[in-house]
Design a protein around this ligand. Structure first.
Ligand SMILES: [Ca+2]
Length: 137
């Protein structure tokens, strides 16, 4: 009886439809990140470099490498997944107001908003931790 049901065409059809449905749901979750990563890879090749070194406003006379920091943010988020620890380390290195300059440079290099991208890449708690460490909260 059970064997008859399992071997029936209708059952196999339902099973296939179910598996296709699961596969499509999985793909739909992955697709936005994949498209975004492809877009940033493309825009990286069009990047220009001007006025790279900026002097920090903390009175120490130290300089920061805006392109290097923007690229470091990009590397921490590029491709599958996210390097959360790298983002936290960068937050400590690029506290406001430097973060705003890095975000401006990131936008001109990658044609996307840095903070929005970070928000997309991190979970809610992680994003709040990032914002706190960078000095936005
Ligand atoms: Ca990613």
């Amino acid at each position: 009886m059970l064997v008859d049901i399992i071997e029936s065409k209708a059952f196999k059809l339902v099973l296939i439809v179910f598996l296709v449905f699961i596969a499509l749901r999985y793909l739909a979750k992955l697709l936005p990140n994949f498209v975004k990563d492809a877009k940033t890879t493309l825009s990286q090749n069009q990047a220009g470099t001007t006025g790279n070194q900026v002097t920090l406003t903390n009175g120490t006379g130290q300089t920061a490498d805006l392109n290097g920091l923007a690229e470091a943010y990009w590397s921490a988020m590029d491709g599958w997944g996210t390097d959360e620890q790298a983002l936290y380390d960068l937050a400590d290195k690029t506290r406001v107001p430097l973060f705003r300059q890095v975000a401006d440079r990131y936008k001109s290099l990658k044609q996307e908003d840095l903070l929005s991208r970070i928000e997309d890449e991190l979970m809610g708690d992680e994003f709040r931790t990032f914002q706190t460490r960078v000095g936005l909260l």
